[in-house]
Design a protein around this ligand. Sequence first.
Ligand code: GLV
Length: 311
Amino acid sequence: MGAVLLATKPNNLAMWRDALLAVDPTLEIRLWPDWGQEEEIDAAVIWGAQYLQELRRFPKLGLIVSMGAGVDHLTLPPGPPPGVPVARLKDTMLTQGMAEWVLLNALRFHRQDPEYRALQASRTWEELPPPVTAERRIGILGLGEIGGATARLCAHLGFPVMGWSRGPKTLDGIETYHGPAGLDAMLARTDILVCLLPLTPDTLGVINARTLGLMPRGGWLINGGRGGHQVQEDVLAALDSGQLAGAALDVFVPEPLPADHPFWAHPKVFVTPHAASFTIPSSAAPQVVENIQRLRTGRQLVNLVDFAAGY
Ligand code: GLV
C-alpha cells in the first residue's frame, strides 16, 4: 500500500497526521521533508505553492489534496505535476467560520457599530437613525459552498440577499445574478458587498474603482476571498471619498499586510490577518481519507479542482 505525504507549516503537520490517523489508523503517513521512499508516495496533502516543484519526485503520485477551500496557490508556477488530479476541501467548519465572520461584519456595519464606538469615545449620548434590516441589501460575490451558506445565513436574519456567480445558479430565497452584466446590475443595488469568490484570472481585481462606483454611495465592503480580488488603492480611494463607508478585510496583497500599509490605521477599515476562517484538520480529515481510499480502490475522486475554471 502507498504512503500519504503531508506538507504544510511544520507546526501543523502533527495535527494533520493525527486527524487522518483518527479516521484511518492503517494509513502510512510521511511528514515533509521526510518522505522516505519516493515511489511509495501515492497521495500528497499540502498547503502552499512551495511544495509543487518537489512533488514531481514522486512517480506514483495519484492525488493531491489542498488543505483549504481556495486553490489559487496551486495555480502558481510550476503548478501541480501534469496529470495528477487535485482535490480541494468543502468543509462545514471552514464554511461556518467564514459565514460567521461575514455576519459579524455585516451586523457591525448594519448596526452602526463604528459610529457608536466613535460616539462612546467622545462620551456622546446620541441615537442614530434606526437600522432597517429589510432594507439593507447584501450582495455576495461567489455562490459556491461558502458563498451559498453565507447567503442563506444572512437571508435567515431578514436581509434582502443577492448573489452573483460566473454562470447561472438558483438558491431558495436569494436573488441571483451572473455574468458581467449581472455583476453590474447587482452592484447597483448592493449596500453591503461581500466577496467570497475563488481567485482566478477572471476575478482578479473585480473590486475596483469602476465596480465600487456602481454601488450606492456610502456602502460597505467585506472581503473574505483573496487580496487579489481588490485593487487596494481603489478601495482606499473609495473609503476616502465616502463612496464606501467602511470595509472589513481579511485578505491582502501582500500577506502579511506590511506594517506601514494605510489599511492598518484607517478609521473605516477593520483588518483581520487572513483569520476569517480556518481549516480544522479533524473536521476535514474524513473527506481527505475518503479521497485517498477512492484513489486506492480506483473509484471516482470527489471535490476535484477544475483548473480550466480555476477552482
Ligand atoms: C483559506 O484561505 C482557504 O482557501 O481555505
